[in-house]
Design a protein around this ligand. Structure first.
Ligand SMILES: Cc1cc2nc3c(=O)[nH]c(=O)nc-3n(C[C@H](O)[C@H](O)[C@H](O)COP(=O)(O)OP(=O)(O)OC[C@H]3O[C@@H](n4cnc5c(N)ncnc54)[C@H](O)[C@@H]3O)c2cc1C
Length: 490
């Protein structure tokens, strides 16, 4: 075990980090390796490879936020986030993309973010990718499910390629979203966090931080039920949703932008039914992507994927006989999805001390989802799918490309179809304008000395690609800047 349970009521450190996920793990290591006395407080438990039994009924309530039931205010969009040592990196699919220059440009022009370019981030991307074992897949790694999608892209001349994943060749058990029983996924649980502990960091598990205490414009301490950590530098890295919620609980809601600008980066699945078995759980379930439409106008990506059976069944759409008949064909089923760089924005509020996310996709985004699903259906049919179907309550079932226009009749209101969020961002947006942002370009909270937020919540608009590596690179850069600042003062 790399974490412990706290023994004292008060602890003292140079730096206290709330959360041990993508950002928290990198920050803990970089700051501890530079000689800082670091304490990490993590709300969730610590699990190891033998705990990742692939049993959804046991694992989802244990390692997902809100026992896997986190969702928007109207229950239309489940919001999937990890709650364990290693955070969401433990349950994610290991896809490694870098933040595109055009998005960083948008942050500069639209929000006044300074000194955050691909050039500035380059050494941090490299460091992170090495530490987590990112590798570009070869053609042999693309499993049968992803092959359908790949063939379709190639026939239609759409740009795409094999994924880069932080996963090493494995026994291909399939449900990566339940943690890796072979330690082949480079989550912070197996790289950054153990390295941080080796450098002297302490990680306290099962410690939910209730409040950051601020006195006369300076953050002083972090309070959990079991202990208080006193530190001159406090970094909130609790993830989108939980970081703004913690700031609101701490009374930092006086900054009007706390909780604002939430993007849910919606993921909209499309079912593939093949004429022959795909065994989509075998091989790497997410091995091909198509970025033909990832431009400032369309702004969506297509990715191949498969998930554990319960999550799959819950997201399939349809009821009764349709649902049963589709699930009976399980070996022949595959999945792809649209990843939308949304233009809708939501907000995190508190109900009691618990976060609630208000978010509804606007009409423009619904129209974009419609367009994207039509294109994706065409790709999968071209790639050899016998049938494809949307995940509507009344699914649109398509066996021929002439059927695709039926999507024009389908409704796209909340709860009409399955939409997931696995990449929530925003809530503590970065920027130069104090009324529209929470942190400056160094991730320092406006007007409160010693307090930082560094995680997915600071992205002022959605990054578009799967965000883990960009969050980690930002954390690496932020650690460097904090160290430079404290050295300058010493
Ligand atoms: C199923 C799934 C698949 C995904 N696949 C990919 C992928 O393939 N590629 C990719 O780039 N991204 C993927 N993501 C998203 C990616 O993993 C996250 O965007 C990223 O981990 C977020 O990093 P973070 O540091 O903001 O937060 P997290 O990694 O979520 O870490 C936050 C941590 O803070 C802890 N915490 C929260 N509140 C408190 C509190 N009050 N006190 C103490 N601790 C607290 C949480 O328990 C958690 O451990 C996926 C996500 C999911 C759910």
């Amino acid at each position: 075990m790399i974490s412990t349970l706290p023994e004292r009521k008060d602890e003292y450190a140079d730096v206290c980090i709330v959360g041990s996920g993508a950002a928290g793990g990198v920050l803990a290591y970089e700051l501890a390796a530079a000689g800082r006395n670091v304490i990490v407080l993590e709300e969730g438990d610590e699990l190891s490879r033998t705990d990742f039994t692939q049993r959804e009924g046991d694992l989802v309530p244990r390692i997902y936020a809100d026992r896997g039931a986190r969702a928007t205010h109207d229950a239309a969009i489940p919001i999937l986030q990890g709650k364990c040592v290693g955070g969401t990196t433990v349950i994610n699919h290991g896809i490694c993309f870098r933040a595109p220059e055009r998005v960083l440009d948008e942050w500069k022009r639209g929000f006044g973010v300074a000194n955050l370019t691909t050039r500035v981030l380059e050494p941090h991307f490299q460091k992170v990718e090495k530490m987590i074992g990112a590798r570009k897949l070869g053609p042999e790694d693309i499993n049968a499910n992803n092959q359908v999608f790949k063939r379709g892209c190639e026939k239609l001349g759409f740009a795409g390629g094999p994924m880069t994943l932080n996963m090493q060749p494995c026994g291909s058990c399939g449900p990566c979203n339940l943690g890796c029983p072979e330690d082949k996924k480079g989550s912070t649980l197996i790289n950054y966090l153990p390295a941080a502990v080796q450098s002297g960091a302490r990680i306290f598990r099962n410690c939910r931080v209730e409040k950051v205490e601020v006195e006369v414009g300076r953050a002083r301490s972090v309070r959990a039920k079991q202990l208080t950590v006193h530190a001159p530098i406090i970094i909130v890295a609790a993830g989108a949703v939980n970081s703004p919620a913690l700031l609101l609980r701490s009374g930092i809601g006086a900054l009007p932008a706390v909780g604002s600008n939430v993007s849910l980066h919606p993921l909209i699945p499309l079912l593939i039914v093949s004429g022959t078995p795909l065994h989509s759980m075998r091989g790497l379930p997410h091995s091909y992507y198509c970025d033909e439409f990832f431009n400032s106008e369309d702004d969506f990506l297509f990715e191949g994927l498969f998930v554990s059976i319960g999550v799959f069944a819950a997201g399939l759409g349809g009821f009764g006989r349709y649902h049963r008949d589709v699930m009976r064909q399980f070996p022949n089923l595959g999945l792809t999805y649209v990843q939308l760089r949304d233009r809708s924005r939501g907000r995190v509020f508190l109900r009691g001390d618990h976060p609630v996310v208000h978010y509804e996709m606007n009409q423009e985004d619904r129209n974009r989802v419609r367009k994207a699903l039509k294109l994706l259906a065409g790709i999968c049919l071209e790639g050899g799918a016998r049938m494809v179907a949307t995940t509507h309550v009344r699914p649109v079932i398509m066996s021929h490309k002439n059927d695709i226009s039926q999507i024009d009749q389908a409704a796209f209101r909340p709860n009409d179809l399955t939409v997931f969020s696995a990449h929530p961002q925003g809530g503590c947006p970065m920027g130069s304008n104090v009324s529209r942002s929470v942190v400056d370009s160094n991730c320092a909270v406006h007007g409160i000395r010693g307090l930082y937020v560094c995680d997915a919540s600071v992205f002022p608009s959605p990054v578009g690609i799967n965000p883990m590596v960009s969050i980690m690179a930002l954390a690496s850069l932020t650690a460097e800047r904090i160290l430079a600042g404290t050295r300058a003062k010493a």
